[in-house]
Write a protein that binds this ligand. Sequence first.
Ligand SMILES: N[C@@H](CCOP(=O)(O)O)C(=O)O
Length: 431
Amino acid sequence: MEFYSLNKKAPKVSFKEAVINGIAPDKGLYFPENIEPLPNSFFEKIEELSNLEIAFNAIHQFVSDEIPNDVLLEILKNTLDFEFPVIEIENNIATLELFHGPTMAFKDVGARFMAQCLGYFSKDQKNEVTVLVATSGDTGGAVANGFLGVKGVKVVILYPSGKVSDIQERQLTTLGKNITALEVDGTFDDCQAMVKKAFLDETLLKEMKLTSANSINVARWLPQLFYFLFAYKQVKSVNKEIVFSVPSGNFGNICAGMVAQRLGMPVKHFIAATNVNDTVPEFMRTQSYKPKPSTTTISNAMDVGDPSNFVRIRHLFQDDFNRLKDHLSSYSFNDLETKKALLEIYESSGYCADPHGTVGYLGLKKYQENHPNTYGIFLETAHPVKFLDVVEETIGKKLPLPPQIQKVMNKEKKSLKIKTYSDLNYFLLNR
Ligand SMILES: N[C@@H](CCOP(=O)(O)O)C(=O)O
């Protein structure tokens, strides 16, 4: 399978090259040349398949023979060694819990998958690869965990100072070894812009091989489509039209869900639920894409003003707005609405959602006002404990700390403060 750049000014590349490059030389995101639907029998018998079999069948066409089947299976086995349960909390409303992995956020799957692919591809290379990643909260911890100790790979994580939760910060600043955290005086968008600038910086590129571990990298982005298939397997028997409501920041997860739909998975509609960082809901209202500086919210991992992957979503629908709106609705909610709903869900069902999942729930409720007979699944993208202060204060109860979190609580946070792109450039050239 080849991948082309969405800016169409760079040569097509293999999966291996797309993973190693991260982003195309013309600054475009890579996109698969073809998305071949899976046979009907795959979906008819999906309940009989293990998660490993589902994932292998879904990802194989993108990886093709660039990773041998036995190695790919091993990578998937190491990636998917936890549960992805769907839990019904109200009539026609269920949540897909994506937080049972090592850093308790949905990013664990993509980060582990990409780390192993990159480890495989760079095993014979003499030169070390530097992975640059920008995070608004959850990606950083997952990438740190997934890449820890991977030979020939150094990871540099940029995060916005004071804008990630205490636990998220611990997850990305306490591991050491091949992982370095840079605390940026700015927003997530500033971090993401610096990372993208580095990929075009000839002085850097002469000195080192750089790649990205954000969802702009196909190996981080595509495995997220597994979640939707795992959920479909669990709810297929309800025999209703299925809609997914995805809390969205950089829009990689929802875009991967749309790839699962292209593979043939029956889904009626997607809902992109955002906090007040509403660039996409505004686009769906006005047809005009206007990125704006991100605002800090209690669902901080979605504090993104210029979502990288929205361009992939538009491309999936050939930039045809009418086709896009048949498949996608997008709504935004403020912190007050989020806290109110978090408490309501807790009091009515006993389910403790996190602020991101709650935004997803709100998006689903809004959509179902006009589509009451659909079966809705909202994604719980991170464990509520990662947002301890806000969740405990909202529900008025203490949350027990799971072992994954206890592990990082007493470790010392280590980061270097930077402010501008030249600070990043200096760090990379002189570390
Ligand atoms: N929500 C993210 C922002 C980066 O998204 P990514 O999926 O492109 O890595 C975060 O938690 O950092």
